[in-house]
Design a protein around this ligand. Sequence first.
Ligand code: GLA
Length: 705
Amino acid sequence: MIEPMITLTGRTMSAVIEPRGDAPPVWRWWGGTVDARGLPSLADTRPAASFSLDIDQPLAVVPAFGTGWFGPPALRAHRDGRHSAQWFETVSIETGDDGLTITLVDRAARLTLVQRIAVAGDLLTLSGEVVNDGEDVLEIEWLAAGTLPLPGDCAQIHSFTGRHNAEFVPQAEPMPAHGWVRENRRGLTGHAGPPGLFVSGPASGWHAGRVHAAQLAWSGNHRLAVERDDDGVWVLQMGEALAPGEIRLAPGDRYATPEMLATCSGEGLNCAMQAFHAAIRARAPWPAGGMRSRPVHVNSWEGFYFDHDEAALMALADRSAALGVERFVLDDGWFKGRDDDTAALGDWVPDPVKYPRGLRPLAAHIVGLGMEFGLWVEPEMINPDSDLARAHPDWALHVNGVPQHTSRNQLVLDLGRSEVRDYLFARLHALLTELPIAYLKWDHNRDLAVAGGADGRAGYHAQVRGAYALFDRLGAAHPALEIEACAGGGGRIDAGIAARTHRFWTSDCIDAVSRVRMQRGFLHFMPPEMMGAHVGASPAHSTGRSQGMAFRAAVALPGHFGVELDPATMAETDAATLAGGIARYKALRDRLHHGRVWLGEGPDGLVWQAHGKPDDLILQVTRVEPTTVRRPPAIVLPMLAGRGALRVHLLDVATEAGHPAPDAPVFAAMRDGGVVYSGDWLAQAGLPTPAMKAESAALFRIEPA
Ligand code: GLA
């Protein structure tokens, strides 16, 4: 009997799987939408190839190791060195409205492998699970969350590198002759951004062409790989990178991978990014009523560092409230003995010297001003110079006989241990109960090394699972609490932690010029409402570069806006500009944060981003470098094609005060009642842009005429 193909379909994507009776199902397609009904079987399609096994082994949905498929296997496992080869039989393929579950069994190796593939919108969510059906230990070296085929005409891999203060550095590479791998062994997501990539098809770009993309929902070690197969196609895999001996399954035990979120767009990078935004939004842990308008933050870090003084911070609260700030986040430096970064992590009680009355008066003052009170913590960390370390010297990750390396003078608590999780829950729960805390900024300021658990085995996996359990327990006990994920800025931005947190601290670099690139990188994977974007001091502490206040406020506008400076140090003109920026953010935030996001590039170094619906959006055009052309170019907005008559309003050109660029009458009209263009004109001939000096941004509203 010929079994029909299984097709998972999104708006611009299809994934086609061929069941083969008892034999494992194989991939037929993952790409643009197709109709696979009546498709001839793969066996009827593949001629024999020389020097090949007589039993053909095409790319299976779960490719086995060592039995004739020579590409990357989904599973590497063994029992004390034996049973490393797998020969799977299909037990069942259960299909439902939201995807399928494939259950395979290997009777010789005595294991069951379950591959789940769910489909929602334009997104596939893949995860694997292996169960030890034998009577001795099954060692797992690798289990892919998903294995996906990429067509032979793929053109480029787009990914990101980065470091502290320089997150989201974009990379574009041609398809590899052999393979491409990004493997992370830091025990933490890392400053290169989420574990993810985009693979573009021929002639694809921001707005058109085929783009495959995937990201792993995991905050620890990971492996992303694209390998070229002899057949001339590529195989994409993602999964947790396991340390030697890390996962040893006792009889009956199971190991489940993180989820891999995958999408294929027929409409360029933007459509793939939008599928990611939709997926992250669907996972977001907002309370039942959904996301509230993202409140304007003030954060004490760059204004005050460790120098806490109750009266000075109350004055910061006063000045911030006057500017329109809605949430005050008290950063590092508030807890017992924390005068610099050498001591006190782990001792989560207010410092009696800096806060002789505790934190309650400051928190009450903030709440009295109509703001929410937020607090910085770094729960997974411990300073050797802390009461906690003195009481529990064995609680940090370690390997006997190997020096414990500090980083920023701190060690990492072993969250694989339930007593450690219980201690942290109790301390955080006490703070949340005793004080009116609406928000935690949850930091993680180092990589993991040396990372052995209590049993002497590598503890990376247990660390991530333990941290997730702590987030989940705290979230369940305090459902209204919002949490920001920070790891020295953007060291832990991923879809795993996005299901437990509400905001990311994008980078410790608040230099607005650096932020233009970083925030565009962020938006490849995550929606703008989660993108912590602050107005910092000038010169920027991380780079020493200066930018005008209008530009700083404009760059922060599309994200979750905040202020990270002491307004007392600002000139009055800057204070007025910042207050105006805050008011603009409040007026626009619900438009900026609920719709789709398009990124684009114009001529002459212009970059733009649009937020909203295709015929009703906010558009920001940013110029970083000075222009090289005599008159400003138009920017083409392809998503406006066929949208009828649209009215364009110019809301602002954020530029250095006192240095205006020459204007033209149409921009005065755009500022006045708006100017009507057809969507087709804007999509092809383009929108005229005003003259813009370096480090400036023009803000438009486009709506149906
Ligand atoms: C990290 C964070 C900063 C700040 C400091 C405090 O570097 O990214 O924003 O919270 O820690 O020590």
